[in-house]
Design a protein around this ligand. Structure first.
Ligand SMILES: Cc1cc2nc3c(=O)[nH]c(=O)nc-3n(C[C@H](O)[C@H](O)[C@H](O)COP(=O)(O)OP(=O)(O)OC[C@H]3O[C@@H](n4cnc5c(N)ncnc54)[C@H](O)[C@@H]3O)c2cc1C
Length: 607
């Protein structure tokens, strides 16, 4: 096995810029509900957590990938070092930054949670699956559980004594969650016998925590079909007295990536002896309760994307500065010309700027969403503000999840290309980043399901007011830079992109109303891309505008000049190469191409 070494890198300068210069998180700190926090505290946490992730999680990333999880006598064994990392994580309290004080947490802003998640996941995406899901389960129990359930489970889920899982998927129920067949038989007193098989359960078993608390979607016999009939149950692996609760690990999967995260088939009640408790007191609330977890989990998947993509980009950048190959393009005819670092070749520069703009753009999009969450929490009695910010959260979740994850994978693939043959080898981390990041577009609802959520639910929410507010924000900003000679064209691209999003949204309305339902799924992914690219183009240009202000005053030799200069180039690159393609996508959608549904199935291939 290779020696554990840390290859993880994160860009704390960029994270701080987005938090404090772009979104002014400090304005929300020092008062309710974040009275205990100030800019300095947030900043110190970032420094210390980054050090911890590099020392504790980073070195286990490659070794964990090489070993994977194993199933020994029906129990999952995680890779060497994971137990110690779990212990250290909870002893220091890194998972409690945004947890309510009554559960021993520090009640920090969601934005801090998001950036801390980026650091932990970037260092070791597989390891971070276990605690991240655990925190999600704790949140559900806190939100919907009875006082007894909250007391029994939440504190132990927050201090690492217990871990948690979410159990939705079954062989017939993947994207189609409503087809779940796992049964719940009432025993009285809120208790149910649970019987069924769940597949693909992340952290379904492990040797890190004392117990595992499964949140299981199941249905009682008389419940209606579909998602409406699902109820949510707390099903501990072991009962309170330490005896088995009849939850068996059928097998674990052998996977392309996040190999150190166990993915288990779980059999509940093989011996008719698995007991679960209804979450709260009402049956058939399972989907809405699970959605509470899933919304945060979807944001979490976007964070996973930026975390891994950022590490891939920074590793590729380092390699490109060191690897020498060929002469400069300016001396292409001179065979004896000195060899230059590959970062001097235009196409490598293009790949690096492509990765930089996407990573920094997705980060900005995620943190924009996170700040909206914090502003909802801080809105107090201001209902208009709360509604506006919640509306933007709802609208942005599918963009963060789907565009964040798709783009993360593309960035990792570009990172491999940047390294050339070396990128294909296990000597460098980028091939693992690509393998690890592929799952992000699949779980928590495939990205197509996110696109359907965007066009089917989010566009029409509050009578379309969320979408209108988003477009207004974008157009309002575009107007502020349109007179600036350097950004005039970018502003025009941004404004045209926003117009294209709005007119395409209206086109969807027409399809819904005019019986052209088939067009909706055919165009949904492309529309999600248009919205995401518009949002990212906007946020990158906003960063550039701030950077220009800083550059205008900073002395020529100031250490921050290269950082701000980078913002100028990332935004202009994205505006020309991505933002400018958005209106073209609207034109393509307008063509109403139905070939994918018109082609007969037997015409796909005749083999
Ligand atoms: C590593 C890993 C970890 C996971 N962790 C968990 C976990 O912790 N808990 C859990 O419950 N599940 C988990 N899952 C399951 C995951 O959420 C599902 O794989 C995912 O929801 C997709 O379901 P499926 O695999 O059955 O694919 P399917 O639903 O069969 O989809 C296959 C393809 O068809 C498309 N498709 C399906 N239905 C439709 C439709 N109606 N319209 C258009 N297109 C459609 C999909 O987009 C996809 O491209 C995990 C999976 C993996 C691989």
């Amino acid at each position: 096995m290779s020696q554990p070494i840390n290859r993880f890198k994160a860009d704390l300068r960029d994270i701080r810029f987005v938090l404090f210069e772009q979104f002014k998180l400090q304005d929300l700190l020092g008062k309710a509900p974040y009275a205990n926090w100030g800019q300095e505290e947030v900043s110190t946490v970032l420094d210390e957590l980054y050090t911890w992730t590099k020392e504790q999680l980073g070195p286990l990333n490659q070794t964990g990938d090489a070993t994977g999880c194993t199933l020994v006598n029906g129990k999952v064994k995680t890779p060497a070092g994971f137990k110690e990392a779990w212990k250290s994580l909870y002893e220091i309290g890194w998972r409690r930054l945004s947890v309510p004080e009554k559960f021993g947490g520090q009640e920090g802003p969601f934005t801090l949670h998001a950036v801390s998640e980026e650091l932990m996941c970037g260092a070791n995406a597989a390891f971070n699956m276990y605690p991240a899901l655990t925190q999600g389960v704790a949140d559900v129990v806190q939100e919907f559980g009875t006082p007894e359930q909250i007391a029994a489970y939440a504190p132990k889920l927050h201090d690492g004594t217990y871990a948690g899982t979410m159990c939705l998927t079954e062989p017939p129920a993947g994207s189609d969650v409503g087809s779940a067949t796992t049964k719940a038989f009432p025993m009285g007193g809120g208790k149910y016998k649970i019987k069924g098989t769940k597949i693909f359960i992340s952290g379904g078993d492990q040797d890190l925590s004392k117990n595992i608390i499964h949140l299981v979607l199941a249905r009682t016999e008389e419940a209606p079909v579909g998602t409406k009939g699902l109820s949510l149950f707390v099903v501990p692996r072991d009962r309170h007295d330490g005896t088995s609760n009849d939850v068996q690990v059928g097998s674990i999967e052998h996977k392309m990536g996040i190999r150190a995260s166990s993915t288990a088939v779980l059999n509940f009640g093989e011996n008719d002896n698995c007991i679960g408790e209804l979450v709260g007191t009402e049956e058939q609330k399972g989907m809405s309760q699970m959605f509470h977890l899933m919304n945060y989990a979807r944001i979490g998947v976007g964070v996973q994307g930026v975390a891994v993509a950022s590490a891939a980009y920074l590793n590729a950048l380092e390699y490109a500065k060191e690897r020498k190959q060929g002469p400069s393009i300016k001396q292409w005819k001179d065979a004896a010309a000195p060899r230059v670092a590959i970062i001097d070749h235009p196409d490598v520069r293009r790949m690096l700027l492509d990765m930089k703009s996407k990573v920094e753009g997705i980060r900005a999009l995620i943190l924009k969403l996170a700040v909206h969450v914090d502003k909802v929490n801080a809105a107090g009695d201001d209902k208009t503000a709360a509604e506006y910010h919640q509306g933007q959260v709802d609208l942005l979740v599918p963009l963060v999840k789907a565009y964040g994850s798709d783009t993360a994978f593309q960035v990792c693939v570009t990172a491999i290309q940047t390294l050339g043959g070396a990128g294909f080898l296990k000597d460098h981390p980028v091939e693992q980043y690509a393998r690890d990041s592929k799952i992000f577009s699949i779980y928590e609802g495939t990205n197509h399901i996110q696109a359907l959520d965007l066009v089917g639910r989010k566009l029409g929410q509050r009578g379309g007011a969320n979408m209108q507010a988003f477009i207004k924000d974008v157009q309002g900003f575009a107007a502020t830079i349109k007179e600036d000679a350097r950004y005039k064209d970018a502003a025009a691209n941004l404004s045209a992109a926003a117009d294209a999003c709005m007119s395409t949204a209206m086109r969807f309305l027409g399809w819904f109303g005019g019986g052209k339902m088939e067009m909706v799924p055919l165009a949904a992914n492309r529309f999600l891309e248009m919205m995401s690219e518009t949002a990212i183009g906007w946020l990158l240009l906003e960063q550039a505008a701030l950077a220009e202000k800083a550059l205008a005053t900073l002395p020529e030799d100031h250490v921050d000049r290269p950082f701000y200069t980078g913002k100028r180039y990332a935004s202009l690159f994205y505006a020309v190469n991505t933002l400018a393609t958005v209106p073209g996508k609207a034109v393509l959608i307008g063509k109403e191409d139905k070939t994918p549904v018109e082609i007969p199935i037997d015409a796909f291939a005749t083999v």
